[in-house]
Structures are given as C-alpha cells and as structure tokens.
Design a protein around this ligand. Structure first.
Ligand SMILES: Cc1cc2nc3c(=O)[nH]c(=O)nc-3n(C[C@H](O)[C@H](O)[C@H](O)COP(=O)(O)OP(=O)(O)OC[C@H]3O[C@@H](n4cnc5c(N)ncnc54)[C@H](O)[C@@H]3O)c2cc1C
Length: 419
C-alpha cells in the first residue's frame, strides 16, 4: 500500500545526495531523502586514508556557502590537518547532513519503478513512496570492477578494495595489491603499516606520482602565489589547462564526444599522491606486468604473471577501480533501465541531469559521461546541485503541477498535509 508521497525523492546521502538535498530544500521543494549519511565513506574506505582531493575541492556544496569545511572547522573550534583525514571528512559530511538535511530518512531504497507518470520507491521495511521526480545519487559501490582472471577465486582470498575498512586482519600475511592508482598505492601503504608483506602489481610501465606534498607543489598552491589562481581552479582535477575544462562541465558537455574520453582519460589516469611515497618504503612495486591467471589452492592464491613468474600469496587485494553501469544498481527495475538511453552503461543526461525518462535524474559518477570527470569528485557537487535545482524549479514543482493518474492523485491529496 502506498504510504508516503513527495515531489522529489533523493536516493543516497553521500556528498551528491546531501548537496542536492541542501539546495532543493532551500528552494522549498517538497523532498524526501533516503540513505545513511556518508555510508560509503564510513564502510567502504580504509581507516587511516587521507583524501587525495585538496581542501578547496572537498567542500560539499550548500546554497549559501555556510557549510564548507572551513565553517565546520570554525564550528568545532579546531584546525583540521591537511590532507583531510577520512574520519574528519566523514564527520564533516554527517555535520553537513544534520545542518542541511535533518529530516534524512535512513532507510535503504530496495526498488524504483515507473508508476504511470510518477515513480514508486520501495523501502527496506516494505513501505512505499510515490515521487514525481527521483534523483539517484547512490555512488559507485555497485560498480566495483573485478578482473576476470579472479572470477574463480573465492572472495575471502581475492577481494575488491571497497570491501575493506580495516586492514589489521592481514598482519603477517602476504598480500598482492593489483592496480596502480591512488586506491592501490594507499591500500598497499596501509597494509604495510598494518604489518602485512605487500607487493603492488601495476600494469603500466611506471607508477605516476602527483606532486601533492612536494615543495614545488606547496609553493604553487600557496594562497599568496598569484600563479595559483591562474593554474588551478578550486576543484583541480587534471593537469594545468585541462583542469579548467574539467572545472567547467557546461563546456565539457559541448565538446565533441571523441574529445570527452581523451580528456577524461588524461584527467583521471591512475596516479598516487606524492605524500604516499615516503610511507611506501618496504613495499615492493612491480611495474609493466599483467596477471594472466589466478587460482585458489587451499588457503592460498597462486598468481601467474605475463613474464612467467609466479606468486603464492595469502590474499589478492583488487584495487581495480569501478566501471559505471547503471544496470548494476539492483534497486532499479529492469523495465526502467531498458527505457533509458545509455552510452557505455552511463545514462544520457540533459543540462538538468535528467535522463531520457522525464523526472529521473542521476548525480555523481553516472553523470561523468555527460558532464566530465568532475562528477566523480566531491568538487562536482556545486555544479550538479545548482543545475539540478535550476531544472526542477524551471520545470515546476508546486503541487498543482504534479501530473499523476487519478487514483494516485488521491493519494497525493490525502497525504500532502503531513509533508
Ligand atoms: C578509496 C576512495 C577514495 C576517494 N577519495 C576521494 C577524494 O579524496 N576526493 C573526492 O572528491 N572523491 C574521492 N573519491 C570519490 C568519491 O567516492 C566520490 O567523490 C563521492 O563519494 C561521490 O559522492 P556520491 O554522493 O556520488 O557517492 P557516495 O559517497 O558513494 O554516496 C552514495 C550513497 O548512497 C547510498 N546508497 C546506495 N544505494 C542506496 C539505496 N538503494 N538506498 C539508499 N541509499 C543508498 C550509499 O550508502 C552511499 O552512502 C574516492 C573514492 C574512493 C573509492
């Protein structure tokens, strides 16, 4: 039976869902927001992690700029260390939620389907909600990429990096980390610091290090350095020059499709923050090698590399990234996914982050095909929340504009007073 109704339902309470909720709420849009605040960061990132994004690129957007990391720092009366620590960022996100979205409904959405001219959301406890619009901001957890070589290896012997919060269980174990990006290199560091014997296997011929943490970088990023504002926008995703294109999603959208993937590849190619390097002493890094096969033998994993060498290890940690494919969101009804125009698993989106199905919006990484790599980072919340809010306000959200079939209109009318 239908219980709740709303004009806009936001699914997911990570940075994108929270930012969208803050902006829409301030525009008096009738809203319900589902999910636990910052759950992905709290459960699926390793303790001790530091954010790779800069301070200026790590604010969750709110309409008046009252809820930045600077304001959080001020409210707590402390100076947070930089790079930002994972725990500080989670606390910041949860503080943001209490301030901007106090009515957050922590329930998980188990199914979303089209219901005539609106959407029906089923919640984990069986209650359902009718919404005129749905904003999906459910992040990348469903898209973890597991290389096919590991398909026959049990999860307890080969796991994705997103499955770990605490690496202490790997103390004294031999662990191979697969991947050459920030997540792989930082996981390897944290494993090493937890007492594991670690080797990183990287497909590329070398590991790329970002200058973050070096004296040159500190000088270029010094707020009093006039070069800083010329070279680096606040988001700072990608190398100088390209970072300005990435920082302007409107411009990115207008560029030819062929250019999109070149920019994206260059802006977010695998690399590690320079400040990790000194902490990696004692971690073996093998570059230019591909794992051709992996098989479980008892409680061990045997890896064979393309140079013919083998490794016998206790665990393989797959820091192999994420591949957006919205059909992997288990809560989306199949018919709904089938009705969307997709490109390589990403939804095609309008300027208001709306899919080919009116009223259905996607934020965060699924929007990266249309709006560029900025959408994979917290820094993109500002642009996304503004554009979404503009679109929803323009297309109308007052109760009179809700177009739903008559039996559902009754439900809306009955429930509207308690919203
Ligand atoms: C290891 C790692 C390090 C990173 N470091 C950085 C960094 O330093 N800076 C940066 O900008 N980005 C970083 N990122 C990228 C980061 O994931 C994104 O910037 C950010 O999480 C995007 O926010 P989001 O709201 O789209 O997704 P999320 O933060 O993943 O939020 C989505 C939320 O939706 C919830 N959800 C999912 N399904 C449902 C459902 N059915 N019902 C209700 N709720 C649901 C999830 O629990 C989750 O809390 C990192 C990613 C990883 C994996």
């Amino acid at each position: 039976m239908t219980g709740l109704t709303c004009q806009v339902a936001i699914v997911g309470a990570g940075p994108y869902g929270l930012a969208a909720a803050a902006h829409l709420r301030s525009a008096n849009v009738d809203l319900r927001v589902f999910g636990k605040a910052m759950e992905f960061w709290e459960r699926q990132m390793p303790m001790g992690m530091l954010l790779r994004s800069y301070w200026e690129g790590s604010h969750i957007s709110d309409p008046h700029g009252d809820l930045t990391l600077d304001e959080y720092q001020r409210a707590r009366g402390v100076q947070l260390p930089r790079p930002v620590r994972l725990d500080d960022f989670i606390n910041y996100g949860q503080w943001f939620q209490r301030k901007a979205v106090p009515e957050l409904d922590g329930r998980c959405v188990t199914r979303i389907e089209r219901s005539s001219k609106c959407f029906r959301l089923m919640l984990e406890d069986g209650e359902s909600v009718l919404a005129q619009r749905v904003v999906i901001a459910t992040g990348i957890a469903s898209f973890a990429r597991r290389p096919y070589q590991f398909s026959a290896v049990p999860l307890e012997l080969a796991s994705h990096s997103s499955e770990h919060r605490d690496f202490s269980r790997f103390r004294s174990q031999r662990v191979v980390v697969v991947g050459g990006g920030q997540s792989a290199l930082e996981s390897a560091t944290l494993l090493h610091e937890s007492g594991a014997d670690v080797e990183v296997i990287v497909r590329a011929s070398r590991v790329r290090w970002l200058r973050y943490g070096t004296p040159l970088h500190a000088w270029l990023h010094n707020p009093v350095n006039p070069l800083r504002r010329i070279l680096y926008p606040a988001s700072d995703v990608g190398p100088p020059g390209l970072n300005w294109i990435v920082d302007t999603p409107d411009l990115f959208r207008r560029l030819p499709f062929a250019v999109h993937s070149r920019i994206a590849r260059r802006a977010i190619r695998p690399a590690g923050a320079g400040w990790l390097r000194p902490r990696m002493n004692g971690v073996r890094i093998t570059t230019g090698r591909v794992i051709v096969s992996a098989k479980a033998t008892g409680r061990q994993v045997q890896l064979r590399l393309d140079d013919g060498t083998e490794r016998s290890i206790d665990h393989a940690l797959l820091a192999t990234g994420y591949q957006v494919d919205i059909s992997r969101y288990a809560f989306l009804a199949e018919e709904l996914v089938r009705s969307l125009r997709l490109v390589d698993g990403y939804p095609e989106l309008t300027a208001g982050f709306e899919t080919s199905l009116a009223g259905l919006h996607f934020l965060g990484a699924p929007a990266a095909k249309s709006f560029g790599p900025l959408m994979r980072f917290v820094a993109g919340t500002r642009y996304a929340a503004h554009a979404l809010t503009r679109c929803i306000l323009r297309e109308g959200t007052s109760p009179a504009t809700i177009k739903v079939p008559s039996y559902e209109c009754d439900v809306f009318a009955e429930n509207r007073t308690d919203m």
